[in-house]
Design a protein around this ligand. Structure first.
Ligand code: TXD
Length: 317
């Protein structure tokens, strides 16, 4: 069987890390597209040269021509501008919408059968623009944010409890950003929900509240430390988990930004909810019951995404 073809649109910090992980995990061959084709080609060659040491054979190339992504099985989009200190994700709206419009055209023309994962911020709006402009079916266009947000939540919970990250599951939904909704009731240590762990004296509500706040601000914490650019190792790892579930038909249940069509009482925009990712793309949207408080938090998060979409439409870009 021929190797899968994975196109990376954007060869920046996340794009390069994605290519490296694809090689190490032997997921397929890589084509990196960037407006700076030399950067894409240089990173591709550099990573390919680590193949003999690490034992992978992925062919990698860099390009500034969309024709090179033809027939890609998966396309991961990071093209755009990252957040700088003091900037909100929403400040990126206008700049990145133009970029995503071009990317959508390229995918529509050369890789209309691909499973497309958008990472570019502001995520929930950019993935919506990508799906609308490319015309690809909604089940084949998803946004990455929830896997990253829940990974951050899992790490902080594991540190608090002094247990392995492997035994911590976390449940985060809503838009990517300050309004994200971590559901502690569905977050567990080896199946034991966080509220039960509070009752067992493993932690306190105050500590959990602080962890929830740190998770919601997880991206900002890193932007502040890096001073130039935003997080890229964990975002890349998160998108790879989604690509892997599609390519290997693993049917993992992952929180992803997907187009809602009546689920959770919401319609016609992208927001993060748990979904099953398999060979069909988004194969199922998991609709959980909310408490009144959780519903209010989720609706507030959806309102923030919808406002951004309205702002975007008003720009007429
Ligand atoms: O959870 C999440 N979704 C995110 C999102 C977590 C972290 C970062 N997130 C966002 O991903 C971030 O706010 C940015 O919008 C993207 C990409 O982040 P990255 O750190 O990789 O940014 P870089 O290093 O600036 O890379 C962007 C690349 C760079 O090489 C540009 O030359 C290229 O995008 N670029 C383009 N490529 C193709 N086509 C166009 N038009 C273009 N414009 C810029």
């Amino acid at each position: 069987m021929a190797r899968k073809k994975i196109a990376l649109i954007g060869a920046g910090n996340i794009g390069g890390t994605l290519a490296h992980l694809i090689g190490l995990k032997e997921l397929g061959d890589v084509v990196m597209f960037d407006v700076f084709p030399g950067v894409a080609a240089g990173k591709a060659l550099d990573i390919m040269q680590s193949g003999p040491v690490d034992g992978f054979d992925s062919a990698m190339s860099g390009t500034g021509d969309y024709a090179a992504i033809a027939g890609a099985d998966v396309v991961i989009v990071t093209a755009g501008f990252p957040r700088m200190p003091g900037m909100s994700r929403d400040d990126l709206l206008t700049k990145n919408a133009g970029v995503i419009g071009q990317v959508a055209e390229g995918i529509k023309q050369y890789a209309p059968d691909a499973f497309v994962i958008c990472i570019t911020n502001p995520l929930d709006v950019m993935v919506w623009v990508l799906q609308q402009r490319s015309g690809l079916p909604a089940e084949k266009v998803v946004g990455m944010a929830g896997v990253l947000d829940s990974s951050r939540f899992r790490l902080f919970l594991a540190q608090e409890f002094g247990v392995s990250v492997e035994d911590v599951t976390a449940f985060v939904l809503g838009g990517h950003g300050d309004t994200m909704v971590p559901l502690t009731r569905y977050s567990t240590v080896a199946g034991v929900p966080v509220p039960d762990l509070i009752k067992m004296g493993w932690t306190t509500q105050e500590k959990i509240d602080a962890i929830v706040a740190r998770t919601a601000n997880g991206g900002g914490e890193i932007v502040k430390l890096l001073e130039r650019g935003s997080a890229f190792y964990a975002p890349a790892a998160s998108a790879i988990a989604m690509a892997e579930s599609y390519l290997l038909d693993k049917k993992r249940v992952l929180p992803c930004a997907v187009l809602l069509n009546g689920e959770y009482g919401q319609n016609d925009f992208y927001v993060g909810v748990p979904v099953v990712i398999g060979a069909g793309g988004v194969e199922k949207i998991m609709e959980v019951e909310f408490t009144a408080e959780e519903k209010a938090a989720f609706d507030k998060s959806c309102d923030a995404v919808k406002k951004l979409i309205a702002d975007f439409k008003a720009l007429g870009v």
